[in-house]
Design a protein. Structure first.
Length: 711
């Protein structure tokens, strides 16, 4: 970077000297100067002064503003962090809906769309091609040239006000550059610009390294990290996350004098926004295909994630003519990239023992970056799968991310196999407890059936403490692992015999600098005991789920409790009675029946009873309250960003009103609730004609018990 602080300056020395005597003028000049350099740096990627010189301008401005607080203005570059920090993000209704995009999953589908467009207009109109940035959508409102609001997409109709956080993003102009005002039809009016907030790959990697070092869960990908960072309660945290934006749309194009998408991008650049430089105006289908292929080839070289290419009809007038479907514009299409694939070395195949004793082979890979995150392990599911794919230790394997989230080993590159690589075999003994493993007839799974297996104990204990079960906050892998290793815990009833002093002294298996053992400590111990005590109040259905009976998930546990509301009734039930419960098949019924007939389990149940854990549905079926939704079945999909509820919490609230909540969409589904980034369930609902509710509709429904009028 250039180190001459004066180069590129808008002011000469004489002007500067004169302005110091007039603080208001000097402040304004400094603001313009800083904005100008921010624009050169972020929007044009062509800085003309050094970071040090830039900081010096900022320091002078800050000092002057401190001396003259009456001159502080919210659009000053010093004011990026500030404003009120609310506990809750307020809802923002989008006056112009924030649409999603229709997808083309391959070049043939893209051609199909272009043919339809060409047919509609008699000839293929010019098409603007842009990279599809994998981030979180944002809407920025400017009034009289000043940034007054930033909102997330939410469900497209209503988003969240994240202004204080977005102001901290350095490339978002707090005011539009005056040079661009002449491009507006009403310079004093309101204009809403839209684009994507994203997290550059490097910042994402840094953030996850820091999370790991602090024992926190890493973000799955930069998209989630960007969305999560936008929704921080403290803008200073957002500021530290190093977010960026690419802006590419206007809510209502009548606000601008230009009549094309291409002109809009030019105007956005002029106004100071960060606009992606990788854009192309194409006039033939062949050019569009080439752009897509080039983007795919260069995808990995970009410093940020993209998941496709967006192709847009360039002329606004033609866009208006093409119009919208209920979900997306008909004048644009997203060409989606296939899931990213990489090759890497399969260093080893290890075996993990789950809570029901199933042995799962796991691929230990030389770490490789795939679709935005580092992959070092991937499940191989079972022995059949290892043999079907014929992967061997030492192989070079192809790895991809299914749904761009879960890593998957596709198979080996046979030509690169070392000569001595042997087919992999399942161990004959449990890697955790050393007892012989068994494979039951007709089952693919190999399992350890020892009741004293520490690996199974650990998984069972963690499952009991997990959020959907007894929700014992703080009981994670490290602490429970230590309690198992030290022989203090082996079954779930042991949670209730832990005492605070004993926990405080728990040796964490690490030593401090002076060589003394690190102990859990009083504060953490008190927190854990409080969480354990609270868990005694959890409803019986969660206890049943928490017991980890084979095939009994959360929904099945609830269905069972609605028919057998106490553990006594459940113990007394035979397999035939259990099969009669909705959602319970013969396998599940056998699992439950066997569970309650195993002496060790009966003992655990008795100890849980003595500890005061809830073993009967005390709500006497939630049927006491009004049940306006009785007889209706709901499916929840996407994330509920507006209310901050998890899907589980929303499901519980619906059930309290008498509704059933199911995990999959069928003709019997009454309503699908679609949150942000809803996926295949929404598509299925649309194809079956199942009515779809937005998160807003859901909130109204929960508050009033009323469904929206027929849509
Ligand atoms: P999807 O969420 O897969 O339906 O894709 C639609 C989203 O892609 C939009 O809501 C935008 O947030 C995002 N997107 C990313 N880059 C672009 C772009 N260049 N033009 C339009 N939308 C984009």
């Amino acid at each position: 970077m250039d180190t001459n602080p004066e180069q590129g300056s808008l002011l000469d020395a004489a002007q500067q000297a004169e302005l110091t005597s007039d603080p208001a003028a000097r402040i304004e000049a400094l603001r313009r100067e800083i904005e100008h350099h921010t624009y050169l740096y972020y929007a044009l990627d062509a800085p003309t002064i050094s970071d040090a010189a830039f900081d010096s301008l900022m320091r002078e401005l800050r000092a002057l503003e401190q001396a003259h607080p009456e001159l502080i203005d919210p659009s000053s570059p010093t004011q990026r962090v500030g404003g009120s920090v609310s506990d809750q993000f307020t809802a923002v209704r989008h006056e112009v809906r924030m649409y999603s995009l229709d997808n083309a999953m391959n070049l043939e589908e893209l051609d199909g769309w272009m043919e339809r467009i060409a047919e509609e207009f008699g000839t293929l109109p010019p098409l603007d091609c842009e990279l599809k940035i994998d981030g979180s959508s944002i809407a920025l409102t400017y009034e009289n040239g000043l940034l007054v609001r930033a909102a997330t997409r939410g469900d497209g109709t209503t988003g969240e006000d994240v202004t204080a956080n977005v102001r901290t993003i350095a490339d978002v102009p707090l005011r539009l550059r005056t040079e661009a005002l002449s491009g507006l039809t009403h310079p004093e009016g309101t204009i809403e610009l839209r684009g994507e907030v994203y997290m550059p790959r490097r910042s994402f990697e840094k953030l996850n390294l820091a999370a790991e070092a602090n024992g926190k869960a890493p973000f799955a990908n930069p998209r989630n990290a960007a969305a999560g960072s936008l929704r921080q309660k403290d803008p200073l945290i957002t500021k530290g996350r190093d977010l960026s934006t690419f802006i590419y749309a206007v809510a209502d194009e009548r606000a601008l004098k230009t009549t094309t998408q291409w002109g809009l991008l030019e105007w956005l650049r002029e106004a100071g926004f960060h606009v992606n430089p990788d854009v192309r105006l194409c006039t033939t289908a062949q050019e569009v295909r080439e752009f897509c292929e080039e983007a795919l080839a260069h995808r990995a070289d970009l410093p940020y994630e993209i998941d496709g290419v967006v192709v847009k009809v360039n002329e606004f007038a033609l866009q208006t003519q093409a119009g919208f479907t209920s979900r997306a514009p008909r004048w644009a299409i997203a060409f989606k990239f296939p899931p990213e694939e990489k090759t890497t070395l399969l260093r080893d195949i290890t075996v993990q023992v789950g809570r029901t004793g199933v042995l799962t082979p796991v691929a230990e890979l030389a770490p490789v970056s795939v679709a935005g995150s580092t992959v070092a392990r991937a499940t191989l599911h079972n022995l059949d799968e290892v043999h079907r794919k014929d992967v061997r230790i030492g192989d070079t394997v192809i790895v991809r991310k299914a749904g761009d989230v879960i890593p998957e080993v596709l198979g080996p590159i046979a030509e690169l196999r070392p000569a001595d690589a042997l087919p992999w075999q399942m161990p004959t003994h449990c890697p955790s407890c050393g007892s012989r493993v068994v494979q039951e007839e007709g089952e693919v799974a190999v399992r350890c059936i020892s009741i004293d297996c520490p690996a199974q104990s650990l998984e069972r204990l963690l499952h009991w403490a997990s959020r959907g079960a007894l929700d014992i906050d703080g009981m994670g892998e490290e602490i429970v692992g230590r309690l198992v290793e030290t022989g203090r815990m082996s079954d779930v009833a042991d949670y209730y015999s832990l005492d605070e002093e004993e926990l405080a002294l728990l040796d964490m298996g690490r030593v401090s600098k002076d060589g003394s053992p690190i102990r859990l400590g009083k504060t953490m111990a008190a927190k854990l005991i409080a969480a354990i005590n609270e868990s005694r109040q959890r409803p019986f259905a969660r206890v049943l789920f928490g017991l980890g009976i084979r095939h009994v998930g959360k929904t099945t546990a609830e269905a069972i409790v609605s028919v057998f509301p106490s553990v006594e009734q459940l113990v007394a039930a035979d397999e035939a009675a259990l099969v009669a419960v909705d959602g319970v098949g013969p396998k599940v019924a056998r699992g439950i029946h066997e569970f309650f007939r195993t002496p060790d389990n009966v003992q655990v149940i008795e100890r849980l009873r003595a500890a005061g854990v809830c073993l009967a549905d005390t709500t006497a079926s939630a049927a006491e309250g009004p049940q306006p939704l009785a007889g209706l079945t709901f499916v929840l999909t996407g994330s509920l960003t507006e209310s901050g509820m998890t899907r589980d919490e929303a499901g519980d609230a619906l059930k309290a009103l008498g509704a059933k909540v199911s995990g999959s969409v069928s003709k019997k589904t009454s309503y699908v609730v679609a949150g942000e980034a809803a996926g295949s369930k929404l598509t299925k609902a649309e194809s079956l004609g199942v009515p779809v509710l937005s998160e807003r509709d859901l909130l109204t429904l929960l508050q009033t018990g009323e469904l929206p009028a027929e849509q």
